[in-house]
Design a protein around this ligand. Structure first.
Ligand code: DAT
Length: 176
C-alpha cells in the first residue's frame, strides 16, 4: 500500500538541533515525532552504556522490530530523530535532513550540555568529518538527502518552512 504521508529522518551530530527541528516539523505538519534515542532508553533496546562515552550500546534488532510494528511504513507521517540513519530501511524513508553546524557553535552547545573529554572530542570530530552526511549519502538516493544549516533560530524557521513546502509537494505529486 502506498503511504499517504511521507516519513522524514532528521539526523546529524548530537547538538546540531535534531530535537528542535523534529518538534517544530511535527507541530507544523501534524506528523509524529519519534525520538529514537528516547525509545532505546524507554524500551530498554540496549546493552547498557559505553563506559568511556556514556552512549547507549543499541540493540539494533530489537529497535528495528519495534519500528516495524508501527504503522510507519504503511501510513507514513513519522519523523525519525536520531544521530544515525543507516539503520532505517531505504523503502521507509522519503526525506533525510542532515543538520549541520559550525564547530565553534556546536562546541558551546555540547559543553553547555556537560559533554567533555573523549565524548566531546569525538562529536566535534564527527561534525568536522561530516560523518552523518556521508552515512546519509551512502544509505539513501542523492535526491532524498538534504543538508541544512542549524546555527541560528532563523535557520530553524527557514528549514521548517522548506520542509512544509516539500511535504505539500510530496502530497500533491501523489494525488496526481
Ligand atoms: P540534538 O537533538 O541534535 O542533540 P537539540 O535540538 O537538542 O539538538 O539542540 C541542542 C541545543 O542547541 C538546544 O539548546 C537548542 C539549541 N539549538 C539547536 N539548533 C539551534 C539553532 N538552529 N539555533 C539556535 N539554537 C539551536
Amino acid at each position: 500500500m502506498a503511504r499517504k504521508q511521507p516519513n522524514i529522518v532528521v539526523t546529524g551530530t548530537p547538538g546540531v538541533g535534531k530535537t528542535t527541528h523534529a518538534e517544530q516539523i511535527a507541530q507544523s505538519t501534524g506528523f509524529k515525532h519519534l525520538s529514537v534515542n528516547q525509545i532505546v532508553k524507554d524500551e530498554g533496546f540496549h546493552e547498557g552504556r559505553d563506559e568511556e562515552t556514556g552512549s547507549w550500546i543499541v540493540d539494533e534488532d530489537k529497535l528495528l522490530d519495534h519500528l516495524e510494528s508501527l504503522p510507519l511504513h504503511s501510513t507514513g507521517g513519522y519523523i525519525l530523530d536520531w544521530h544515525a540513519c543507516d539503520l532505517f530501511p531505504e523503502r521507509w524513508i522519503d526525506l533525510v535532513l542532515v543538520l549541520r553546524c559550525d564547530t565553534t557553535v556546536l562546541y558551546d552547545r555540547l559543553t553547555g550540555r556537560g559533554y567533555k573529554g573523549k565524548k566531546l572530542d569525538e562529536n566535534i570530530d564527527s561534525e568536522i568529518m561530516q560523518v552523518l552526511l556521508e552515512e546519509a549519502r551512502e544509505s539513501y538516493k542523492e535526491e532524498v538527502v538534504v543538508e541544512l544549516r542549524s546555527e541560528k533560530v532563523e535557520d530553524v524557521e527557514a528549514n521548517v518552512e522548506r520542509v512544509e513546502k516539500w511535504v505539500e509537494l510530496w502530497r500533491g505529486d501523489r494525488k496526481g
